[in-house]
Write a protein that binds this ligand. Sequence first.
Ligand SMILES: [Fe+2]
Ligand SMILES: [Fe+2]
Length: 210
Amino acid sequence: MNIDATACKEEFCRLLRSTERPGVDDVISDLERDGFFEAPASAGHHLNVAGGLAQHSIFVCKASLKVWEGLCQLDPVLEKEVQRDSIIIASLLHDVCKTDIYFRSVKKRKNQLGQWEDSEGYKVSYKSFPMGHGEKSVIMVLLSGLELSDAEMLAIRWHMGAWGVNQNSFEECRNYDTARQLYPLVAIVQAGDSLAAAVLERSAGDIDDL
Ligand SMILES: [Fe+2]
Ligand SMILES: [Fe+2]
């Protein structure tokens, strides 16, 4: 998938500012400073190119909004229970933890003829702030000065769903389950993240590699 990093940055900022939430400009400044808009979404899988992280965040936002709109048709109460701006904030910012973990590198890779060749890619290092995944995103957003509701914090914290839960920890399983039951935003953003990665961001190369 070709990505226009400049266009992604503009769309990301437009969506985030559409919430009119105090503090979003401070978040954008910190993301610019830290390289969010040039970062890939992964080292070797979905959207592993510059601008991929912003593109992924936009896909998650759009998928989450569609999920919410569809659910509101089934249960109109949801329109009051979950605010549109909360979906935008939590989905756009769920993966800011990835801003500083990818570094450009050259790897050896076999081409279709079975010959080894250099392939530009990314390596991963967590040394700048080894705090975890969703929990790191929450902390980064708060440190930038954007206030988050409990629902928004929990939606960002648990956006990986069961994949991000330590199944050996009773406490963690209960926290995750309680967050999902209390706040529909948690399941909505989780669904948006899963749908973006598994459906919207698939490439022919990904399917070849299966
Ligand atoms: Fe994530
Ligand atoms: Fe994600």
